[in-house]
Design a protein around this ligand. Sequence first.
Ligand SMILES: Nc1ncnc2c1ncn2[C@@H]1O[C@H](COP(=O)(O)OP(=O)(O)OP(=O)(O)O)[C@@H](O)[C@H]1O
Ligand SMILES: [Mg+2]
Length: 291
Amino acid sequence: MPPMSATATNRRAVGAASDAAAPAIRPAIRISELRKTFGHLVAIDNVSVDVQPGEFFVIVGPSGCGKTTLLRILAGLETASGGSIEIDTPAGSQRPANSMVFQGESIFPWMTVWNNAAYGLRMRNAPAAVIKDKVAHYLDATGLTRFAGYYPHQLSGGMKQRVSIARAFANDPEILLMDEPFSALDAQNKLLLQEELLRIWDEQKKTVVFITHSVDEAVYLGDRIMVMTAQPGRVKSFVRVPLPRPRNVIELQKAPEFGELVHRIWSNLRDEVQRAREQDEGAHDTGDGAA
Ligand SMILES: Nc1ncnc2c1ncn2[C@@H]1O[C@H](COP(=O)(O)OP(=O)(O)OP(=O)(O)O)[C@@H](O)[C@H]1O
Ligand SMILES: [Mg+2]
């Protein structure tokens, strides 16, 4: 049986670059001079970064700067126009290479909550007992046990988002790709799931690539934050988050270091958000925005 995603292959190289001299500890993800165009539009331009095994890597950037596109390329759902992406999977690993929590709704409307959460495991032909155990565990962790037999149309938006989070966690991938997974949630559930994510990450030492619009969330969760420029999306800066772990979100918010980091990232981001808005207004003024 093929793995869940036919695109989840080892060391997938696109374009010209290759790694002739691999370092002693290979990064979990190596992105080299990545470029993505859609027709004339340059969505991503010259992005290079190594994400280390077990790193919690966060991406922030203005709307339309190419964050989702970058994640889709990592997931193998989109091809790069130039540069290369390499994903390192430990030899002999039985786990899928990645699972993605998509921005917005992405669960199957014809499946119950339980079956949605079990989807990745079933596709991999996991033993029934493992499926039962994992799905029960993550439905519990996401507060959905009571709704296991419900269909998506019977759920709220935040509950649907939690189903897709449960599905990704239950699938137990090497790399977790998360595209604004908590943005549709109420504050209480967001807090609980952020804590749960950190707990799982800490326990399983997964590599996580996490997109968010919330600078607070980026600092609370991340080891390192990549700030992207307005379109075309390039690397504006990398910010390390040296805050000790385990982190407590409520306590952190009182810490001066937390405030300083948030301020630093937001200062970086503000110009880009402003630039993105000017681009939008420019497109409206000249009437070429609809192309
Ligand atoms: N399939 C596609 N065809 C054409 N253009 C696309 C396609 N996918 C994305 N784009 C364009 O690429 C740019 C980047 O889109 P992307 O969805 O990656 O942005 P984003 O940073 O995730 O934004 P947001 O924060 O709003 O989610 C946008 O201008 C978008 O219109
Ligand atoms: Mg997006």
